[in-house]
Design a protein around this ligand. Structure first.
Ligand code: AMP
Length: 113
């Protein structure tokens, strides 16, 4: 999608600090990190959110999660990390191309705020 920020990162039109790539996904550092490790993992293909992706292509949704876990391991936090898919503006989604936040490197509370 021409007007999607993350599609433009996939296309190389917007710079990003890429930490991992597969045939299906790319992982890059969040521009406004909330933890020592804060990486976004996205499918190359445009889907609005995790619910839309899981409905359209459950296999790709699974690979996205597996790739997110691999990123956590590669970042040295594979034993303790948080994956977040904000889904809907009301809960904080601001970019409507599905992305998995991989967060780690500090303690997290539960429940989240
Ligand atoms: P969300 O609020 O769940 O939709 O998350 C969107 C995330 O994208 C936020 O954590 C932003 O800091 C991050 N973000 C926005 N623009 C960029 C960018 N150009 N490069 C990397 N991360 C970005």
């Amino acid at each position: 999608m021409a007007d999607c920020l993350f599609c433009r990162i996939v296309a190389g039109e917007v710079p990003a600090t890429i930490v991992a790539e597969t045939a299906d996904t790319i992982a890059f550092r969040d521009i406004n990190p909330q933890a020592p490790v804060h990486v976004l993992v996205i499918p190359r293909e445009h889907h609005t959110d995790i619910a839309a992706l899981a409905a359209a292509d459950p296999g790709l949704a699974g690979r996205l999660c597996a790739d997110a876990a691999a990123v956590a391991k590669g970042e040295g936090v594979g034993g303790a990390f948080r994956l977040v898919f904000n889904t809907g503006a009301e809960v904080g989604q601001s970019v409507f191309h599905v992305h998995c936040h991989v967060l780690g490197g500090r303690p997290f509370t539960w429940p989240p705020g």
